[in-house]
Design a protein around this ligand. Structure first.
Ligand code: XMP
Length: 211
């Protein structure tokens, strides 16, 4: 069954907890990025701990190996279960994130290709494929691939095989959940859920249509 991951990009702590609580029965993990952590601090991790859902730090880590190590150590010490890192920085830097994640019994996912229109400027022409290969070589737990381009997900699947593919870009960015859910291990959904009048009901609807 394809997982449903809530991208919790709201800025208010109370709203974040309330959206997460209402969606919790229907989702498999919560992805938290800079918008929420910069607004609330890392204490938001403990606020969500009672939900007992995996928490993914979408910090798109993209620095030199030593700085990546420091960032990832902080991520896992704060209580996150997984981290998202960029692969374009090279194998040494990406591998550092994977190693720290695994040392903490966590997971690391490498961004292979992004979902927004501008992503084609640099990720196409063989770059995304090379990053997907790097993710395999670095023993990452999976890659991030764009729900807005299902044909690209299919191409990257050929490279990563059974490794997990998580896919943002469903709904607000135009990706079709039905089509994408067949291709990936998890769809990542933000605005379509947290901007809905009833976020829990929207999460439930998405949880029913995923394959
Ligand atoms: P929406 O509101 O568009 O939120 O459903 C999507 C969430 O996913 C993030 N995002 C990406 N993360 N690669 C990533 O690693 C991508 O291609 C990508 N596209 C969107 C976005 O920041 C938001 O949190």
């Amino acid at each position: 069954m394809t997982e449903l991951i809530l991208s919790l990009d709201v800025l208010d702590r109370k709203q974040a907890v309330s959206v997460a609580e209402s969606c919790a029965p229907f989702i498999d993990a919560i992805k938290i990025g800079y918008p929420l952590v910069l607004s609330t601090g890392l204490s938001i991790v403990s606020d969500l701990a009672d939900l007992a859902l995996p928490l993914i730090a979408d910090f798109k880590v993209a620095d030199i190996p030593n700085t990546n190590r420091l960032i990832c150590e902080a991520v896992f010490s704060a209580g996150f279960d997984a981290v998202i890192a960029h692969g374009f920085v090279g194998a040494d830097a990406a591998r550092t994130c994977v190693e720290v994640a695994h040392r903490h019994s966590g997971a690391a996912y490498i961004v292979a290709e992004m979902s927004h229109p501008g992503a084609t400027e640099f990720f196409h022409g063989g770059v995304a494929e090379r990053i997907a290969e790097l993710a395999v070589t670095c023993r990452a737990d999976g890659i991030i691939a764009p729900a807005t381009r299902p044909e690209r997900i299919a191409r990257l699947r050929e490279i990563v095989g059974s490794k997990a593919i998580y896919s943002p870009g469903v709904g607000a960015q135009g990706g079709d959940p039905d089509e994408v859910a067949r291709l990936v291990d998890g769809i990542i959904v933000g605005r379509s859920i947290y901007e809905a009048e009833n976020p829990g009901a929207e999460a439930e609807r998405l949880s029913r249509i995923r394959r």
